[in-house]
Design a protein around this ligand. Structure first.
Ligand code: F0G
Length: 482
């Protein structure tokens, strides 16, 4: 049942107490457990049953505006006051929808000021009607990816907890974002937090590695892939009191919910038909489902869009488990033996994911079960696309004046596939999430256009040209090469 007109009660800051709002707590997602924990408890899985945790709110005691349009009025705010800085943030502008920390404690770098782009020429090129396709370009964030939405939220908690060291495993963007925020989110005695990143040797695009190094992160290159790094950083976090910033940290996902709020804002608060998102560790997938379930519960939207999660074919665990093994949320009682058996078989076979979209080169997505919940809530579907399809989609996005890194383009490749399958119709209103900036992985782009990675359909190779005007004129008159 939707509810309205609730009230927020926040506690005053007290250095001896964790100054969180009283309305928030952590809760295990498994229906058979549902254990509750305080939000000051540092937990990345349920101590009772091992399942993932949510940040949950007692909405009856929260103060939520009666209409989403209220949030838009904050967009134009600038200034140095605490409130103005929160209003300027595309995350904290929506603070009443993630009410776990008091205003004066919010960490922000001006993240989330991203807007929805109406991509008409791209739409018609891929067979959609004009005004049907929208791109949410999260590459416009301070570190160049959607991760900044989550980091604003997770760093707020790290600071409240008095943590000095933060850590993550990463395919690149998490580390870049965490490293950037660590330079700004100082501890109470004014010292920047120490950032420690675990990356798979040779597995990270240079643009992202460059950011982690430049922002001073202690960068550990681990022999192995992302999945190895993820396991290692979880153990290290526990053993060495590092605060974990991967998307198993439920506060990260609270920040990432705001991507959906901005999508709605870009559509004048109309709900689209489809959200299409690349699936890696499945944090976005999980956050988007939670965002819509909460908005619906609060009576702020009257329907929930469908979602498409797009895996790379070389990293298709979620797609396989859902489409071939029939894995479902099942009211919070998912088939645990099915997941465990599959992981066991992957381990026995020494399975490693492989895709040109290095950001989603993940075989063991940590948010798998939350993503099942999203599929259920958003009547979702899962697809996989090949590396060539990803690279072609990326080139198309670029050719139409947007730009994104390979993993992001999986969303557009997935859309093209579903148009072909006639699951999505040309006049449906579709939002593809472009998760990271085009310059994050420039070498893959250059390799594509120089035909080093594959024979792409939209190659725009540089042309060798002699140093005289006649030759240049001849080349220019040779016609359009596309
Ligand atoms: N797109 C980009 C550009 C990413 O960097 C990631 C994840 C994803 C999509 C997948 O998102 O995990 O929410 O399903 N990158 C992580 C990292 C894993 O370490 O930077 P997800």
């Amino acid at each position: 049942m939707p509810r309205h007109n609730a009230r927020l009660r926040s506690t005053a800051f007290d250095a001896t107490m964790f100054p969180m709002t009283e309305v928030a707590f952590q809760r295990c997602i498994a229906a058979s457990c549902s254990a509750r924990y305080g939000i000051e408890e540092v937990l990345f899985s349920c101590p009772k049953c091992g399942s993932l945790l949510d940040v949950h709110y007692d909405w009856d005691r929260a103060e939520v505006p009666g209409s989403l349009a209220t949030f838009a009025s904050r967009w134009a705010t600038c200034g140095r006051s605490t409130e103005a800085r929160a209003d300027y943030s595309g995350v904290w502008r929506f603070r009443e929808l993630l009410p776990f920390a008091p205003l004066e404690k919010l960490v922000t770098l001006g993240e989330g000021r991203t807007t929805l782009q109406q991509a008409d020429s791209l739409a018609t090129t891929i067979g959609m009607k004009s005004k049907s396709l929208f791109l949410q370009y999260e590459g416009f964030n301070p570190s160049g990816s959607f991760k900044d939405n989550g980091m604003a939220a997770a760093f707020t908690v790290a600071r409240l907890l008095g943590k000095r060291r933060v850590a993550c495993a990463s395919t690149g963007n998490t580390s870049a974002s965490m490293a950037l925020f660590s330079r700004h989110a100082r501890s109470n005695d004014g010292i920047p937090l120490e950032a420690i990143v675990f990356v798979g040797g040779g597995k990270i695009a240079f643009g992202k590695l460059a950011q982690a190094l430049d922002f001073g992160a202690k960068t550990l290159q681990i022999e192995g892939d992302f999945d190895t790094c993820m396991k290692l950083v979880r153990d290290a976090a526990q053993a060495l009191d590092l605060y974990l910033m991967n998307s198993v940290n439920p506060f990260r996902l609270e920040g990432q919910k705001t991507i959906m709020y901005r999508v709605l804002e870009g559509l004048d608060w109309q709900v689209p038909d489809w959200i299409v998102v690349p699936g890696g560790n499945l944090g976005n997938t999980s956050a988007f489902g939670k965002a819509f379930v909460e908005l619906n519960y609060l009576g702020l939207v009257d329907r929930i869009p469908r979602i498409v999660i797009v895996n790379a074919a070389g990293a298709n665990t979620f797609c396989t488990l859902v489409n071939e093994h029939g894995l479902r949320w099942n009211d919070g009682q998912w088939d645990r033996p099915c997941v465990d058996d599959y992981q066991c078989r992957m381990n026995k076979a020494n399975y490693e994911a492989h895709t040109v979209a290095s950001a989603i080169e993940i075989g063991r997505p940590v948010n798998l079960t939350k993503a099942l919940r999203t599929l259920d809530a958003m009547d979702g579907i899962v697809r996989q696309v090949t590396d060539n399809e990803i690279l072609d989609a990326k080139a198309l996005v670029g050719a139409h004046g947007y730009g994104c890194e390979p993993a992001s383009a999986a969303s557009v490749a997935g859309l093209r596939l579903l148009l072909k399958e006639k699951v999505i119709s040309p006049s449906d209103r579709v939002v593809c999430i472009l998760t990271g900036h085009a310059l994050k992985d420039a070498s893959t782009t250059v390799d594509y256009h120089c035909a080093k990675t594959s024979v792409g359909c939209f190659v725009n190779a540089p042309i060798q040209c002699p140093t005289n005007i006649d030759a240049i004129a001849k080349t220019l008159n040779a016609g359009d090469r596309r």
